[in-house]
Write a protein that binds this ligand. Structure first.
Ligand code: ADP
Ligand code: MG
Length: 496
């Protein structure tokens, strides 16, 4: 199983002299951020005791009537606008009929022919440039309950807390070509929805999961191959592993002269393989029909316009502005905008730096030192042990020459323990950079005198020794000497 990434960007599966391309389309299920469910007033809070957030509607008692939650409709439209998509003023809720223990209604209320959102697009920032991925549609539907399989004794329990929670199913066109693009796509989708506040994107809690459709074809072929759909994958890593396995499996079958059966498969995360669940169901297997308990959903232009007016600056626009306004690189801007909280933090640092801003320092300290600490302590930036205000102060102290970059790193370590004002640390510990030329001259002369022999060797051409002198001066000043001035004065003095 060789996996060769040719020309860096291309993901191809090679067998002998044949090159296969992988085609991927995702159906992402994103839980709508909303306090109550799509058709009932029960809470959606995660982590509650099983079956404590279940109304009669969610438990599908006979005669109970669903009532649409206007806020969830708003959230779906908002997401559609964020995906630059067509918003459909009229959409229809259908019953998708199937039997499962955690689906007491015997059907899921979903949208089939007339979804609330139509075609849109998402732009991916790939290392070799941007890539557009088409969105086919976004529709609203209910989540099912959850079966909990208890192995000892062999029991299965049903928790209906999730039953009826609003999901947005976002269906992509088959535009993705590699696990890396899938990674970028999910992250971009999540980023957009977090900016909008329409889905928290929390994959551990199941707020974002995907059905992954995979097919393969010879590179350059015009038609798509037969796809298999891998159900309900709940982490990006697993999606990538599943695609890798599944694409290789399909290529092996083709190479063996066999046909691909269109089927629904599951990904076994322990064995790292996909297995057949059932042959692919078609729409008619579900006996879709408009839910007679719900009228078609009609929204007005005014309603859509009022939602449009609430749309915040989204990642792509923010990235453009960061590049224009702050003169940072596209690469840096991509990192800073991908998480809305990081973008907020960065902008606060920039604001707090005042008039004499050093963007390069700000970007480096946030993406370097601060990210390392957050990573190390497993914290979100919103839980950062150092406030944007104090980080800005530290950066300004470097910028105006009060402290060296090296001293700043040691101050930074101290700041972590209680978000301490760096100015206070500088004063308490006497860390101010030595920038008085007179004092530096005295120190430098002393060191040259103590190392006369080396000074002569230097003058005779052994230039390497310059580093030795810089080191001695820095050491003698406790790291506080202004390095630039040390360089200048040393050069002059060693020539004397
Ligand atoms: P279904 O409900 O039958 O799964 P959908 O239209 O909801 O159908 O989703 C189909 C998904 O499969 C889309 O994301 C689409 O991009 C993807 N897809 C369609 N054809 C292929 C193919 N040949 N290879 C890979 N993905 C495909
Ligand atoms: Mg599907």
């Amino acid at each position: 199983m060789d996996l060769v990434s040719k020309e860096q960007a291309e993901y191809l599966i090679i067998r002998g002299d044949k090159e296969y391309e992988v085609v991927i389309g995702l159906e992402v299920h994103a839980q709508v951020t909303s306090n109550s469910k799509l058709f009932s007033t029960s809470s959606t809070k995660f982590g509650a005791e099983p079956n404590t957030q279940v109304s009669l509607v969610d438990a599908a008692f006979p005669g109970m009537l669903p009532v649409i939650n206007e806020f969830c409709v708003k959230q779906a439209i908002k997401t559609g606008i964020g995906l630059k998509a067509q918003i459909n003023k009229r959409s229809v809720f259908d019953r998708k009929n199937y039997f499962y223990a955690d689906l007491p209604q015997g059907y899921q209320i979903s949208q089939f022919k007339d979804p609330i959102v139509g075609e849109g697009k998402v732009i991916l920032d790939m290392p070799n440039g941007q890539k557009e991925v088409g969105i086919e549609r976004l529709h609203l539907e209910q989540d099912a309950g959850k079966s909990i399989h208890d192995m000892d004794p062999h029991n299965t329990f049903v928790d209906l807390n999730r039953s009826g929670v609003a999901l947005m199913e976002i269906v992509s066109k088959p535009d993705l070509r590699s696990p890396d693009e899938v990674n970028a796509y999910i992250k971009k989708l999540r980023s957009i929805m977090r900016y909008l506040g329409t889905c928290d994107g929390n994959m551990q809690e199941g707020s974002l999961r995907a059905d992954v459709n995979v097919s393969v074809r010879l590179k350059g072929a015009k038609d798509f191959g037969t796809r298999c759909e891998i159900k309900n994958v709940n982490s990006i890593k697993f999606m990538q592993m599943a695609i890798n396995y599944e694409a290789n499996r399909q290529v092996d079958l083709i190479e063996d002269g066999q046909k691909i059966d269109q089927e629904t498969r599951l990904f076994d995360t322990k064995k790292n393989e996909t297995r057949s669940m059932r042959s692919k169901e078609d729409a008619h297997d579900y006996r879709y029909f408009p839910d007679p308990d719900l009228l078609p959903l009609e929204v007005t232009d005014e309603f859509i316009d009022s939602i449009k007016s609430e749309i915040p600056e989204l990642p792509d626009d923010k990235k453009k502005r960061f590049i224009d306004e702050f003169k940072i690189s596209p690469y840096e801007a991509t990192i800073l905008v991908s998480d809305i909280e990081v973008a907020k933090y960065f902008e606060e640092v920039v604001a707090k730096m005042g008039n004499n801003k050093d963007m390069k320092l700000a970007v480096n300290w946030i993406t370097g030192e601060l990210f390392a600490v957050l990573n190390d302590k497993n914290l979100e930036i919103s839980q950062s042990p150092i406030s944007a205000k104090n980080l800005a102060k530290l950066i300004n102290l470097i910028k105006n020459g009060t402290i060296s970059g090296k001293i700043a790193k040691s101050i930074f370590e101290d700041m972590i323990n209680g978000d301490i004002d760096p100015q206070v640390i500088v004063e308490e510990k006497g860390l101010k950079q030595q920038s008085d030329p007179k004092a530096l001259e005295v120190l430098i002369e002393k060191i040259i005198n103590e190392n006369r022999d080396k000074a002569i060797e230097y003058k005779q051409g052994k230039e390497k020794l310059f580093g030795f002198f810089v080191g001695q001066v820095m050491k003698n000043s406790g790291g506080k000497a202004n390095p630039q001035m040390v360089n200048e004065i040393l050069k002059a003095k060693l020539q004397e």
